[in-house]
Ligand binder design. Structure first.
Ligand code: AVI
Length: 342
């Protein structure tokens, strides 16, 4: 594997830890991205109630299903956020005088295009560095950026979010972009840990653009996560195929069903797999087993819904000051620009 010259993206003390696996895509040396998921799955499945971390949903099939979800008529999040960015990208980029855009998630969706277009229009150049655990999304993003934005330098960072953003140098003013309301998938422990780490990684001239889905009528929320074509159900239950592959497990998808609801007290959609018959689950590779009882639920994913004013106040405690708040005519979704304050 040829080592490329070191990129203008990692802090000096970090550079020796990163290796170029494909030209323009950088991975953490020695990181086994499969080892941590296996441990996470085992520990949370032995919890009471049993649950899973949301990132296990995104194997290649899960990523395809998620793309389908984004096109569903009931799933308003993607198109609402996209319409906000389409209309407001000029103001957003104008308000954030940066040289670099770091996107958490594979990037180069239609939504990112609006920001890159404005970066080139207003500043003529820039650096785009998406961070993602999936190399395929980064490669697709790389070829699209090279094709459509020759003025933009591309660095793909193949890592978990925190590993990626903590390694970035602070010499260039940077806009961190975290869209799609992915913060909604963080539980109450992950949420503060994530923002503490992100704020610590940001320099004084840095900005954060955050997409957050808002609390709204229960039926609208519940329909978005229980679509008439059953794609969301397939997406959620597909996680067990991924677990079977990772841990040589024997989850039987014919003996489970999908259930979701909006929990108003916790302001979150909860997505469960429910056993329709008892399953004796075995993971022979690690010598572990448990009984999944009939009607017992495994919490596969949560999707928290936000009050944007409270969210802005909350992030101010992490040193992130709100600069501008953008929403859609129905006020269903918020895109908020923050500036690092201390
Ligand atoms: C990625 N994330 C923001 C989606 C959401 O809306 O919470 C994941 C998803 N799960 C089921 N549908 C969509």
């Amino acid at each position: 594997m040829a080592q490329e010259s070191l990129p203008h993206i990692f802090a000096a003390e970090q550079q020796s830890r990163w290796l170029s696996t494909h030209a323009g895509i950088w991975s953490l040396t020695g990181a086994d991205l499969d080892a941590v998921p296996a441990l996470s799955i085992l520990t949370t499945l032995w919890d009471q109630p049993r649950w899973l971390e949301a990132y296990h949903l995104y194997d290649p099939r899960g990523s395809e299903l998620f793309e389908e979800i984004c096109q569903l008529p009931e799933y308003y999040l993607t198109r609402t956020e996209n319409s906000i960015l389409e209309v407001r990208a000029r103001e957003i980029i104008g308000a954030a005088p940066v040289e670099r855009i770091v996107e958490l998630g594979a990037g180069y969706s239609k939504k990112t295009v609006h920001l890159l277009t404005e970066q080139v229009r207003q500043r003529g150049k820039g650096i785009f560095a998406p961070i993602d655990v999936g190399a395929s999304g980064l490669l697709a993003s790389q070829s699209a950026v090279r094709r459509d934005f020759p003025q933009i330098e591309f660095y793909g960072i193949h890592a978990r979010y925190e590993e990626g953003f903590s390694a970035i140098d602070r010499s260039l003013p940077t806009l961190f972009v975290f869209l799609g309301s992915t913060i909604g998938n963080f539980n109450h422990t992950d949420f503060p840990r994530f923002f503490r780490a992100l704020s610590a990684a940001m320099g004084p001239d840095d900005y954060l653009l955050l997409g957050a889905d808002r609390v709204k009528e229960t039926k609208t929320l519940e329909d978005a996560y229980n679509d008439s074509r059953g794609i969301t159900a397939q997406f959620i239950l597909n996680v067990f195929r991924n677990i079977n592959r990772l841990l040589q497990g024997n989850f039987d998808s014919d003996k489970m069903r999908y259930h979701s609801w909006f929990n108003p007290q916790w302001r979150q959609i909860e997505m469960y797999a429910v056993a329709t018959a008892r399953q004796d689950i075995r993971f022979p590779s690690v010598g572990a087993a448990f009984q999944w009882q009939q009607d017992e639920k495994i919490l596969v994913e949560i999707s928290r819904k936000f009050d944007p004013h409270r969210l802005q106040e909350q992030l101010s405690f992490f040193g992130l000051a709100p600069v501008a708040h953008f929403t859609d005519p129905k006020q269903w979704f918020s895109v908020i620009l923050f500036r690092k304050r201390f």
